[in-house]
Design a protein around this ligand. Sequence first.
Ligand code: NAD
Length: 284
Amino acid sequence: MIARPLVTKIKLELRDKSHALIKHGVVPSLKVFLIGNHLPSITYTQNKKKFMDEIGAKCEILHLAEDVKAENLIALITKQAKDSSVHGLFVQLPVPKHLQDIDLKSLIPAEKDVDGFHPKNLINVMSNLNMSETLVACTPKGVMGLLEHYNISLSGKFVVIIGRSMIVGKPLFHLMTNADATVVLCHSKTNNLRDLTRKADIIVCALGKAKFLDESYLGETRPVIIDVGINYDANKKLVGDVDFESIKSKVSAITPVPGGIGPMTIASLAQNLIQAATHLKGIL
Ligand code: NAD
């Protein structure tokens, strides 16, 4: 299940929407706070900016020093949050330790929260209400989009998600439950994980452990595998949480790394930006 055909389609749709907004005098604008010199974060933010450039949206990366003071960061975020020409903003995670207690959710208003972490957006996802006005967390949104693109229905399916983070596992649990799947959310303290994965119709791996899911986790179900993981092996090669080569003949579909959920996450961010700009300006 490669992402490219869907990402290309989304990009064209968003380019049209972005041009329509620009005709109405609104240039969709995203501000990204990048703190320090964490190399993967620099790459991710550059990739996000490239996508925004390609759809005609504005994306500015505000690159701050590793030792930026918490009060300075808060003041900068607050300024962007209040600026009516800015439609979306987020802080690239992870942030340095001394900034980890800042409550970003209270600084970035729900309607500009293109990462989908604001309580209002999360409650809508949990309750399956007001979804057309909700900014959904990008990676879970990308997973749902890719499944839909490949006509993989969730209704009645047994799904095992490995990883319970607020960024991936928890929002995805709700989105999939809302789509009528029976979902089990697993984590590092789950006992007998294999007993669950061996029965699953769909397995989502979002734990951050290179090549964790191998054939020992599979039963006779020929599941669909969604690999969210981004890891680097000993040769600094990008690999997912799934041992792709060992299981590819035993599954009915699988997302590759790279080329699967990563690009879908960026496309979802761009969808959220255009949605936020459209909604904030009350046009189209
Ligand atoms: P996290 O580090 O916040 O959480 C990891 C989760 O995995 C935890 O819930 C933990 O309990 C669980 N876990 C760890 N070891 C386990 C084990 N042995 N068995 C079962 N569960 C275990 O993770 P995160 O931020 O959600 O990221 C997970 C992975 O997804 C990382 O590789 C990250 O880089 C990647 N990621 C990719 C994208 C993307 O765009 N493709 C987006 C977000 C995260």
